[in-house]
Every structure is written in C-alpha cells, then in structure tokens.
Design a protein around this ligand. Sequence first.
Ligand code: ZN
Length: 152
Amino acid sequence: MAIAEPQFDDLYREVIIDHFRKPRNRGTLPAPSQHAEGMNPVCGDEIALDLDVSGGTIAALAFTGQGCSISQSSASMMTQQVRGRSIVEAERIADLVSAMLVDGAEPSAEIGDLEALQGVAKFPVRVKCALLAWKVLREGLDQAKSPAAAAL
Ligand code: ZN
C-alpha cells in the first residue's frame, strides 16, 4: 500500500486562512514593557512583538510582521491564546505547541485554535514558520523575567 503524501489541505486549514486575513492583536502597544523580534530566513517571515507584562501576567500584547500565512496566523493565534495568562502558563502553551509541531504530539485542549496547525508537523520546512511567533514570545518573556526588567 502506498504511503499517502501529506495533503496541502492539512496545511491550510480554514482557521489558519481566517487568522491570516484578519489577524488578531495586530499592531503595536503605546508603552510596551518588552519588545522582541525574530525572523525565519528560510521563508522570509518576520515577527515583532510588543508585550505588556505586569505582575507576572501578560496584560496585553500586539504583533506586526510579514511573511507566509503559517507564520502570521500562528502569531495571531498565539496572541489570543496567551493574553491574560501568566508567564508560566504562556510558556506551558508554547511547550505544548512545540510538542505538537516538532514531536508530533496530539494537540492539547489547552492550545485552543492552535490545533489547526497540527498538519504543519508533516512539513518540516514549515514548522519554523509556525514556531517563529513562539520563539519571539519566549524571548519577550525571558526579558520580563530578567532582574533588569524586575527593577523597572
Ligand atoms: Zn513561512
């Protein structure tokens, strides 16, 4: 029996297209407590993220960027899923998304709409697209946890 090739339908689920066309929390914050940026040179994706972290909680966040639909929709879904959560909870969600994309783990209910990215795991080149926003988020959260940030 032939092994089925991964289908592009798996890659471009409706929810991904929707977030790409109507990104949530897109823009900048007037006075962010943290700012982080990253890019994926393989695909040309760029994400810049403003965070407002207060008392260990992500009170607000907004992103700007350009690139493929996977990278931008992942960023949009990321902002929705971690807003209002503690740093610890947000890092846990980032871990669960990585486990699904990199290790092929079944999506946890905690990741919400992000389960739509499950099919991306079949396309290793695109996994970096999907993880870019999460890499940038982790960098911003690391900044928020640093002693310098605590002194502000
Ligand atoms: Zn990409």
